[in-house]
Write a protein that binds this ligand. Structure first.
Ligand SMILES: Cc1cc2nc3c(=O)[nH]c(=O)nc-3n(C[C@H](O)[C@H](O)[C@H](O)COP(=O)(O)O)c2cc1C
Length: 177
């Protein structure tokens, strides 16, 4: 089982990045192979560059290959202004016409310091993925509120056993046969 992870935060001490790393270790402990795609260097989506017969920019081609080779994809993202961070929406826009998400199993985790856990961004991501005809695995979708209280303030490792259990269950759902 190969799981590709994408993060919607480019921040060095990202709380979503911390969740993503925790998910990667839990998945690896369960025998899955995890890889992450760097979406921060993608060009802005431009339909002119995506026209039929166009050669995709190298970072776009690499992203498309990573998604095509994955059995499942896990998105982990903050919410910005009640929406999806531009960097992640940009990456998804590059994957609309090329179709790598078609029937691909995908989970969506959003985390926020507020109690809402990024519910707007979570709903918008699931809607976009459904439009792209990905298989959104509801059991692998999680909204994590008050994230800062659930991470060690120095190491950023998860200190909340309930969150670890939720993450484990989400991964189990994502990788279920
Ligand atoms: C421009 C901006 C907009 C934000 N908008 C929201 C929001 O709408 N909802 C929310 O819960 N948090 C919002 N936040 C707070 C982020 O959830 C918080 O900064 C979070 O730590 C970012 O995730 P990261 O730690 O993975 O980088 C916003 C932060 C920024 C910088």
């Amino acid at each position: 089982m190969r799981i590709l992870t994408l993060s919607g935060s480019l921040r060095t001490r990202s709380t979503n990045g911390a969740l993503l790393r925790a998910a990667q270790s839990l998945a690896a402990a369960d025998g899955a192979e995890t890889t992450s795609a760097d979406i921060g260097g993608l060009p802005h989506f431009n339909p002119d560059l995506d026209a039929e017969g166009a050669v995709a920019p190298a970072p776009v081609a690499a992203l498309r290959k990573s998604v095509a080779e994955a059995d499942a994809v896990l998105l982990v993202s903050p919410e910005y202004a009640h929406g999806v961070p531009g960097v992640l929406k940009n990456a998804l826009d590059w994957l609309v016409s090329s179709g790598e998400f078609i029937d691909r199993r995908v989970g969506v985790i959003t985390a926020s310091p507020s109690p809402t856990g990024g519910d707007y961004a979570n709903a918008q991501l699931r809607e976009t993925l459904r439009m792209m005809t990905g298989t959104v695995v509801e059991g692998a979708c999680l909204m994590v509120g008050t994230i800062r209280s659930k991470l060690d303030s120095t190491t950023d490792e998860i200190t909340d056993p309930v969150l670890t259990a939720q993450l484990t269950a989400a991964l189990k759902a994502l990788t279920a046969p």
